[in-house]
Design a protein around this ligand. Structure first.
Ligand code: ARG
Ligand code: MN
Ligand code: MN
Length: 335
């Protein structure tokens, strides 16, 4: 079995050359999908942020579905760094927001990992795990960008806003809180992981796929002027228009975009193996198109794929779908 890894073994040892292209030519953004990446995979087998157990098995499920092999087949160099250490739930007392300190430690280690990958020109790919890990993965990418004087754009694909602070959350579940902390709100142990913080400015953040917000999240989106595309926007305008706008928002004035993909943005009919399913999500084709548009843009610096719950899945269908979507996001071409 894969050994849990320490922060030291998770560090990225080798320098990465400048972007290469499968075609052998430099640069051409029109052919962004041919870009060969150095993909650094890390698993975060954590379900401390959710009340329902099981998303800690998400990284195994995606590895069994062949995530590294699929990306290698596209021409990318892929290194799987194993898993970030996550404390065993049974070794902790309490529940909900009481897990925040343990989650913050996991996020700190994860942020160090993503920062070191991005500093070397690699692409971090984080397999979750519950979505509280986003407070760490995104913070690390933001830190590496800040070192080059650049801001980070963030596209949050999700049925939910994940905009709670520990005070505003009714459930107390930390997976409902990462975005607020990335904006610098809430508990400093989570909000302070980006150096210098906050990780993301509200103007560089955009949601896609929303359909289940709690009242404090609705109020916050309105009051802070956060750009958010709901499922209704996708219904009315189509995925292409929504995704183009989302990319425009997340790339304007930034050095690139982190994509945090909660598998529950997809309809549970297609993706039943998720921690908090909400009916009325993106179709399979919409989800692929979103990933293909991201690949075409060449703007993606890193990606999280989170909230896959193998206990609720059917024969690993959702993890296989996730790996298929990752192939689209990393430049798969049909012809
Ligand atoms: N990452 C997620 N699946 N988040 C679901 C959050 C659900 C709800 N808003 C809560 O805070 O409890
Ligand atoms: Mn969600
Ligand atoms: Mn989420």
């Amino acid at each position: 079995m894969r050994q849990p890894m320490s922060a030291a073994t998770l560090s990225v040892a080798h320098p990465t050359p400048r972007p290469r292209h499968a075609s052998g030519e430099a640069g051409a953004s029109a052919d962004a999908r041919r870009r060969v990446r150095d993909v650094h995979v890390v698993g975060v087998p954590m379900d401390l942020g959710a009340s329902r157990r099981g998303v800690d098995m998400g990284p195994s499920a995606m590895r069994l579905a062949g995530v590294a092999e699929r990306l290698r087949a596209l021409g990318h160099a892929v290194e799987d760094h194993g898993n970030v250490r996550v404390p065993d739930r049974t070794s902790l007392t309490g529940s909900g927001r009481e897990f925040l300190p343990a989650i913050a430690q996991v996020c700190e280690e994860l942020a160090a990992f993503t920062a070191s990958v991005v500093r070397r020109g690699g692409t971090p790919l984080i397999l979750g795990g519950d979505h509280s890990l986003g407070a760490g993965s995104v913070a690390g990418v933001a830190t590496a960008l800040a070192e080059r004087g650049e801001a980070l754009g963030l596209i949050w694909l999700d049925a939910h806003g994940d905009l709670h602070t520990p005070e505003s959350s009714a459930s107390g579940n930390v997976h409902g809180m990462p975005v607020a902390h990335l904006l610098g709100l809430g508990d400093p142990r989570l909000a302070g992981l980006a150096k210098p913080g906050p990780a993301v400015k509200a103007e560089h953040l955009v949601f896609v796929g929303l359909r289940d917000l709690d009242p404090p999240e609705q109020a916050f989106i309105r009051q802070a002027g956060i750009r958010a595309f709901t499922m209704r926007d996708i219904d009315e305008r189509g995925l292409r228009a929504v995704m183009s706008d989302a990319l425009e928002i997340a790339t304007r004035g930034t050095g690139g975009v982190h994509v945090s993909c909660d598998a529950d943005w997809i309809d549970p009919a297609e993706a039943p193996g998720v921690g908090t399913p909400v009916r009325g999500g993106a179709t399979l084709r919409e989800a692929h198109l979103a990933m293909e548009i991201l690949a075409d843009s060449d703007a993606m610096l890193g990606m999280d794929l989170v909230e896959i719950n193998p206990i609720l899945d059917r024969r690993n269908h959702t993890a296989e779908l996730a790996v298929d979507l990752l192939a689209s996001a990393f430049g798969r071409r049909i012809i």
